[in-house]
Design a protein around this ligand. Structure first.
Ligand code: ADP
Ligand code: MG
Length: 274
């Protein structure tokens, strides 16, 4: 396994696509685990009320557990709600509980409702840096919608990572997502950019998957990673063991492809001066 270069300051990536089931959560937890395995300090913020990222990282997220909801809505410091994943010493998670389902509405009357996550995360990152335990990467796992939670994720991040499922409707909805990102960039977060596109659930036996991949690459030659995530039963089984495929089955093609994608993200980031 090749060494991954570490960024000189924290990279914050939002994993977004308003379609459900395209591999956002799977991509978030496996890239985070791959980078942590290679020695990076990584934080995953679970911003989906379903809490799938928390489950996959083996982190408690029952209703009574302190969670991202408390940080967003009640100004609870993020340090109070973060948990270490049992998977790697350098992998941490801010879990989501079912309370987050109400946050889309509870956030509406709050001051700076689009900046809540950014404020909370920036304070926590500054404290962690000062304590000598700064993070190299933060990944934010978004719900399948373009509501206030996703807007908070776009405002908190510098980079957007879009997973695209290699199927027929893959590109449908993408222009809406890109328009929303442009609006956020114009009005709320001028430093936001789509840095990375990852093709997921690739089935090499079908001509369709190949065509979708070619199509995405021709539209986004700079952003699309060379690594492609295959459709793999091991990837989909891992969460039921509270694990990522990186530790559940390290030698499987799914694990190796996520490690390759993580290496590319690390290397491209350093080339771009992160
Ligand atoms: P999203 O977060 O976008 O809704 P998920 O990451 O939860 O999508 O993935 C949707 C479903 O597809 C899950 O059951 C997941 O286990 C499965 N899945 C994701 N990636 C793969 C893959 N590469 N191969 C097989 N199944 C996958
Ligand atoms: Mg998800």
């Amino acid at each position: 396994m090749r060494e991954f270069p570490l960024p000189s300051s924290t990279r914050v990536l939002t994993v977004a696509n308003q379609k459900g089931g395209v591999g956002k959560t799977t991509t978030t937890v496996n890239l985070a685990a791959a980078l942590a395995k290679q020695g990076a300090r990584v934080l995953v913020i679970d911003l989906d009320p379903q809490g799938n990222a928390s489950t996959a990282l083996g982190v408690e997220h029952r209703g009574d557990q302190p969670s991202v909801y408390d940080a967003l809505v009640h100004d609870e410091p993020m340090v109070e709600v973060v948990q270490q994943s049992p998977e790697f010493d350098t992998l941490f998670c801010v879990p989501a509980t079912i309370h987050l389902a109400g946050a889309e509405i509870e956030l509406v009357p709050l001051v700076a409702r689009e900046q809540r996550l950014r404020g909370s995360l920036d304070r926590y990152l500054a404290e962690s840096d000062a304590a000598g335990s700064g993070y190299h990467y933060v990944f934010i796992d978004c719900p399948p919608s373009l509501g206030l939670l996703t807007i908070n994720a776009f405002v908190a991040a510098r980079e957007v990572l879009i997973p695209i499922q290699c199927e027929y409707y893959a590109l449908e909805g993408l222009s809406q997502l890109l328009n929303n990102i442009t609006l956020i960039e114009r009005h709320l977060n001028p430093t936001l950019a789509v840095s990375t596109i990852l093709l997921t659930m690739y089935d090499g036996r079908t001509r369709l998957a190949y065509q979708v991949a070619e199509d995405v690459r021709s539209h986004f030659p700079e952003q699309t990673l060379s690594a492609v995530i295959p459709r793999s039963v091991r990837i989909s089984e891992a969460p039921s063991y509270g694990q990522t495929v990186i530790s559940f089955d390290p030698q499987s093609p799914g694990s190796i492809s996520y490690l390759e994608a993580a290496a590319e993200i690390a290397e491209r980031g350093v080339q771009r001066g992160h």
